[in-house]
Design a protein around this ligand. Structure first.
Ligand code: PRP
Ligand code: URA
Length: 209
C-alpha cells in the first residue's frame, strides 16, 4: 500500500515484544513507548526538507544542509499519544505541540472529541500525529479529519501497533497521509481490542484502570 510503512527493525521488534508483556510495569512501559517513538520518528522524518546554509567550521566556510521550512507540529491523540510526544521532541526539539483529545466510547467504539488545539499556521507545517494504537481506526481518522479541517496538508501518522481493520480504514479515508506502524497485528477482538496487542495503551502508560 502506498504511503503505508510497517517497521522492520530488530530494536523496534524487541521493544514492542517487551511492551506486549503484561508483566511490564508502568515506568518501563512509558520508557519503551518513548524509545520506540524515537526509532520510528527517525524513519518517519527521513524525508524532512533541507536547505544548504553557510557554516564556518574551524577550518573553512562551507555550505551544508539544515532542516528547512516552518517548525513541524507533533500532535498526540490524547491520552495515550502523549507517551510519544517526547520521542519527536528528542529528534526535533523546536517542534510545536498540538493536542487532539478523543476517547473511544466503550460500547460503540466511536471516538468522541473533548479538547483540540493546534499550533498556528498548521497549513505551513508538517504535522506528525502520534497515537500508540490504531484499532478500528476511528480515532485516527477523526484526528486527521480535524487537522485537515484546520488547514493541515502535509500529515504523517505514527502508531506502535495497528490492526489490519484500522489500517485499511485509515488508508482509505486519508490515502495522502503517510502511516507508520511499529507492528501490524492479527485482528481486532469483539471488544475492538487489538490481538495480540498490548492491552489498553493509555492505562498502561498512565497507570490507570
Ligand atoms: C485508544 C488509543 C487510540 C484509540 C484507538 O485510546 O490510544 O486513541 O483507543 O482505537 P480506535 O482505532 O478504535 O479508535 P482511548 O480511546 O482508549 O483513550 P485513552 O488514550 O485516553 O486511553
Ligand atoms: N486502544 C487500546 O489502547 N488498545 C487496543 O487494543 C485498542 C484500542
Amino acid at each position: 500500500m502506498k504511503n503505508v510503512y510497517i517497521m522492520d527493525h530488530p530494536l523496534i521488534k524487541h521493544k514492542i515484544s517487551m511492551l506486549r508483556d503484561k508483566n511490564t510495569g508502568t515506568n518501563e512501559f512509558r520508557k519503551l513507548v518513548e524509545e520506540i517513538g524515537i526509532l520510528m520518528g527517525y524513519e518517519a522524518l527521513r524525508d524532512l526538507p533541507t536547505e544548504e546554509v553557510e557554516i564556518e567550521t574551524p577550518i573553512e566556510t562551507c555550505k551544508t544542509p539544515m532542516i528547512s521550512g516552518k517548525k513541524l507540529a507533533v500532535i498526540p491523540v490524547l491520552r495515550a499519544g502523549l507517551g510519544m510526544v517526547n520521542s519527536i521532541l528528542t529528534l526535533v526539539p523546536s517542534a510545536k505541540v498540538g493536542h487532539v483529545g478523543l476517547y473511544r466510547d466503550p460500547v460503540t467504539h466511536e471516538p468522541h472529541e473533548y479538547y483540540c488545539k493546534l499550533p498556528e499556521s498548521i497549513d505551513e507545517r508538517i504535522s506528525v500525529i502520534v497515537d500508540p494504537m490504531l484499532a478500528t481506526g476511528g480515532s485516527a481518522e477523526a484526528a486527521i479529519d480535524f487537522v485537515k479541517k484546520q488547514g493541515g496538508k502535509n500529515i504523517k501518522f505514527m502508531c506502535i501497533i495497528a490492526a489490519p481493520e484500522g489500517l485499511k480504514r485509515l488508508h482509505e479515508a486519508h490515502p495522502d497521509v503517510q502511516i507508520y506502524c511499529g507492528s501490524l497485528d492479527r485482528e481486532l477482538n469483539e471488544n475492538a481490542y487489538i490481538c495480540p496487542g498490548l492491552g489498553d495503551a493509555g492505562d498502561r502508560i498512565f497507570g490507570t484502570k
